[in-house]
Write a protein that binds this ligand. Sequence first.
Ligand code: ADP
Ligand code: MG
Length: 590
Amino acid sequence: TTPVETLEFQSEARQLLQLMIHSIYSNKDTFLRELVSNASDALDKLRLETYRDKDLDADTSDLHVRLEVDKDQRTLTVRDNGIGMNRDDVVNLIGTIAKSGTAEFLTKLKASQSQDPSISQDLIGQFGVGFYSSFMVADKVTLVTRRAGEAEGVRWESDGGGSYTIGPAEDAPQGTSVILHLKPADTDDQLHDYTSPAKLREVVKRYSDFITWPIRMAVETPAETSTTEAETTEDSDAAEQAEGETTKAEATPALETLNSMKALWARPKDEVTQEEYTEFYKHVSHDWSDPLETIRLAAEGTFEYQALLFLPSRAPLDLFMRDARRGVQLYVKRVFIMDDCEELVPEYLRFVKGVVDAQDLSLNVSREILQQDRQIQLIRRRLVKKVLSTIKDLMSAKPADYATFWSEFGRAVKEGLLSDFDNREAILEICSFPSTHDEEKPTTLREYIERMKEGQEHIYYLTGDSRTSIENSPHLEAFRAKGYEVLALTDQIDEMWIDSVDGFDGKRFQSVAKGQVDLDTEEEKKTSETERAQREKDFATLLSRMSESLSEQVKEVRLSARLTTSPACIVGDTHDVTPTLEKMYRAMGQ
Ligand code: ADP
Ligand code: MG
């Protein structure tokens, strides 16, 4: 057999562990939420695996989570009989952090630590630390696990320092046990006594009530009658234990199920509290912050489904990375089928989190089947419309929340202008853009149109790298002088969609940097006509000499009506690509 080895944590993992040990996260109770959430995921995975692989030698007869307390040893064990892990899994999943954006997160965190502890808390909340949160309450953690269908178990142990030990485990049952060796109790810290059944019951109820697997705990006296749903006796392992200890006369301790196990999305809307939604959100999203908005929808009849979706309040670090995951899980008749269901949400809404539970799909449904499934396409269409209309409602009902949403996810939403033609108008409706009208506050297109000057036909915009470069652009001068509002489009994605979208609400988008500008009214035109003719004559020689000497660089040199203070500017032809887009193409090697 393999001996016990001591291995180093990956450096990112080590840094995160240090954070947890010197915990700056004030809500310690959340460690239990994380461990229960992992246990629940492990049970989901096992059930799914047995659907996929009929030959898998696994026991699925009584899938559950179990909490065990040993007051004398000061340990708390969170045990599940789910999928478990083999040695490689443990090294890769527990000894390493594979999350994208980790390095970036740690840099930000280091920068924030010296300043304000609340920023660090915020960042941790944004990142989520999962299993490592155990070290907020434990000075040593032992993990014993065996992967379903495999013979050899694994024992892992660490005090959260630079290394951990890993070796074989004798007689490890299927699934995972996490044994927390709790830190010494502060004498008067009643609030954080995780050996107290009352405390554990409260924490599970608060954070994990909706978990669809039973979370059980042995209790000295049988549970009160109010929790009649609980199996009060004879859990299989309790029975085994009792057999082994034949000399003991006393009754096996009763097992209480701590959670109600009700799927939130299946409960009537008005019976679910916002706190319950929030905790559920944290479970499905692995986010530690509260969601910004909760969305429910359901369909009955020939194709029945329920959806419970969330808009997060913060963008994940990997939102713009290639492997960014989509956040909607698919369930079929309350059974978890898959994470990250691409078929249910388009890429530009990848930040939406939650669950869709379809009643009429097969439990064996695969990605290939989903791609072809007409019903799934219908659900997707409805989800998209509902998400867009929810955001639109936010704009008027909760403007501050909308502003948060837009600054976090606007760039992703705008990708939809290039990919979702059916909803283009609806997407434009929820966009907002920085504009010369107000330094501080971006404007929606509707608001822009309402402010349009009499006779103004187009929505004017200018693209550029930054607000400042746009503000300082000579292209803007004439528009500003005449009091026209111009949108300042600074996101890279703006360059892409603006050329392919005709307009909004019947108004075309018009770049102030392209083509000829003609901002004069009819009146002004008449009076300036003679003046212009004169100027053309005066400058004819200069213009032709400039055209000659710059013939390599420009197509034409002409007198301009767009400048008020700058002497000259470069403009593109109406159909030219903009300089920023040109830069992007070049960067992409085209
Ligand atoms: P996350 O849950 O966000 O992936 P965690 O730090 O909580 O991050 O867990 C890391 C990984 O370790 C999980 O994704 C899972 O693969 C594995 N893991 C953790 N706990 C368990 C468990 N009880 N059973 C099986 N695998 C687990
Ligand atoms: Mg987790």
